[in-house]
Design a protein around this ligand. Structure first.
Ligand code: SAM
Ligand code: SF4
Length: 527
């Protein structure tokens, strides 16, 4: 029955990302110790594991794809729903056997579960040697040294300023075509159901110069797509010379944001940013007029690296996405016409309880703006939660009717899972029975399947520009790539290679995939 608690309508590749942990790859490792990293959860976690691999390379570790070969095993964890944590607990049981066979093997827990449970993890799971929260990755070599000397090592301090801006991630599980680039960390939104603000700390934006440099480097290495990542990309904001504050982690979850502010442990000096904002003269006019760089400015700057570099981003927050961002998307053909705009619910009362700070009419107005500015073909996806505290049948129907209104291209759908310490856990009883949550979930999944199929069908007969990502999983005679709207397109291989753009005439579709044949005819702009 677990299927129903986390079933999503995704592209096959996305499904794989979410349902399977991602593991590190084999590096040449003469004389080096071996690190195996398994990453669970969201794209941010996958991007973080690439930072961890880079930090560890500097202290003499090379990655391996085999846990059996490893001297050090890291699980980079997710805490967003209870079943995400249970998966990790299960994996840890398995690792006990590894440790028995290889004394000296070290096991570390990184990421959100490490931050949420802190030293409690060491008490509950004896196999663990190291616990490191999302802002402690620079400290991991020291923690490993401590663990090598037989001590348990923990760092769960949260930072007001850490963005790992100067670290060049080592790409793991990369197809060599598409790469994640973190543009910010943390979240200040305090949605009442969500543990992220407690596990990833305060929102902070990364120096735009380091972002553009990373994207440029990726392009120079042959990558053709960057995915700009943040929990709420629309609140990206870089201000010249703004200092951050250090904040100590280790506080109890669920403390109100203001209480957390009072606990700030004092100012620490901001490391010199790699380049000063005086070099903003290379920014487009919109960002020149102000010492503040917004998400629209950043998007534009990355898009200007090359028309051959596709730019995607995730996640947009309905309260913050601006028409300026939508207009920037229109101006650049290489900014993909796809927006992930999680609604969570279609009912205004539930949205208020969720502390999403928008209501149904606001969300609908944002969708109307997307349609007006970017047109009907722009891909739109959502996250939906069923069975949130006190949700009635009528309120659930409002989520379904919102889906009828928007006709999403895809959706990530979840049954509400109470997370200890969140505002909802403190204020509202988790009073919707599991079977009702699951029944509602299966209803929204069924509805979404219809719209995914309908939205994909729209492309039949259209020529789509596709960035080839590699062989199709089903057959080596076919290649697979994505169109502008992030949909997987499969077509016969011919003499084509990954990293190339091709025009594909779509001849067939399902709710998950488009199929077609390569044509010479150019794809219309923004297709
Ligand atoms: N920052 C993104 C946003 O605001 O849309 C979402 C990030 S969160 C990692 C991904 C999704 O997990 C959320 O959009 C929400 O649908 C879901 N989620 C978060 N907490 C949840 C909970 N307690 N129970 C069920 N689903 C949850
Ligand atoms: Fe969680 Fe809300 Fe922040 Fe998204 S915006 S990470 S749902 S608190």
């Amino acid at each position: 029955m677990e299927r129903f608690t986390e079933l999503t309508i995704l592209q096959p590749a996305d499904k794989e990302q979410i349902e399977l942990p991602r593991t590190s790859e084999d590096e040449i490792a003469v004389g080096k110790k071996r690190l195996y990293i398994e990453s669970y959860g969201c794209q941010m976690n996958f991007a973080d594991s690439e930072v961890v691999a880079a930090v560890m390379r500097n202290s003499g570790f090379a990655t391996t794809s085999s846990a059996e070969e490893a001297d050090l095993i890291f699980l980079n964890t997710c805490a967003i729903r209870d079943n995400a944590e249970q998966k990790v607990r299960h994996r840890l049981k398995h690792l006990i056997g590894f440790k028995r066979q290889k004394p000296g093997l070290l096991v570390g827990i990184l990421g959100c579960m490490a931050e949420r449970l802190k030293t409690q993890l060491l008490e509950e799971e004896k196999v663990i040697d190291i616990v490191a929260g999302p802002d402690a990755y620079r400290d991991i070599p020291k923690l490993v040294e401590e663990a090598e000397s037989g001590q348990k090592a923990v760092n769960v301090f949260l930072s007001r300023e850490e963005t790992y801006a100067d670290i060049s991630p080592i790409r793991l599980n990369s197809n060599g075509v598409s790469a994640f680039v973190s543009i910010m960390r943390g979240c200040d939104n305090m949605c009442s159901f969500c543990v992220v603000p407690f596990t990833r700390g305060r929102e902070r934006s990364r120096d735009p110069h380091s972002i553009v440099r990373e994207a440029q480097d990726l392009f120079d290495q042959g990558y053709r797509e960057v995915i700009l990542l943040g929990q709420n990309v629309d609140s990206y904001k870089w201000e010249a010379g703004k200092k951050g504050k250090a904040e100590e982690g280790g506080k109890e979850e669920g403390e109100e944001r203001d209480e957390r502010d009072n606990e700030v442990k004092g100012e620490i000096s901001l490391a010199e940013t790699p380049s000063s904002l005086s070099s903003l003269s290379s920014f487009p006019p919109s960002s020149l007029s102000s010492p503040i760089v917004t998400f629209a400015d950043l998007l534009e700057r990355v898009a200007r690296i090359s028309p051959e570099l596709r730019v995607r981003f995730s996640t947009s927050h309905p309260k913050d996405i601006t028409d300026e961002v939508l207009h920037t998307m229109v101006r650049y053909d290489n900014i993909c016409k796809y927006i992930h705009l999680p609604a969570q619910s279609g009912n205004s009362r539930i949205l208020k309880l969720m502390n999403r700070t928008y209501d149904r009419p606001w969300y609908i107005e944002r969708i109307n703006s997307i349609r007006r500015i970017l047109g009907d073909d722009c891909g739109v996806s959502t996250d939906m939660i069923t069975g949130f505290c006190s949700e009635t049948e009528e309120e659930h129907q409002d989520s379904l009717s919102l889906m009828d209104f928007v006709r999403y291209d895809y959706a990530y759908m979840f049954a509400y899972s109470e997370r200890p310490g969140t505002l909802a856990a403190k204020k509202y009883p988790d009073d919707i029975p599991e079977e009702v949550k699951k029944r509602r979930l299966s209803e929204i999944i069924d509805r979404q399947l219809t719209y995914s199929a309908e939205r994909n069908q729209r492309h039949i007969g259209q020529v789509q520009r596709v960035l080839i990502e590699g062989p199709s999983k089903r057959s080596p005679d076919f290649l697979s790539g994505r169109n502008d709207q992030n949909k997987v397109v499969v077509f016969p291989k011919g003499a084509l290679q990954k990293g190339q753009y091709v025009n594909v005439l779509v001849t067939d579709s399902s709710s998950a995939t488009l199929r077609g044949t390569v044509v010479n005819e150019p794809a219309p702009a923004n297709k």
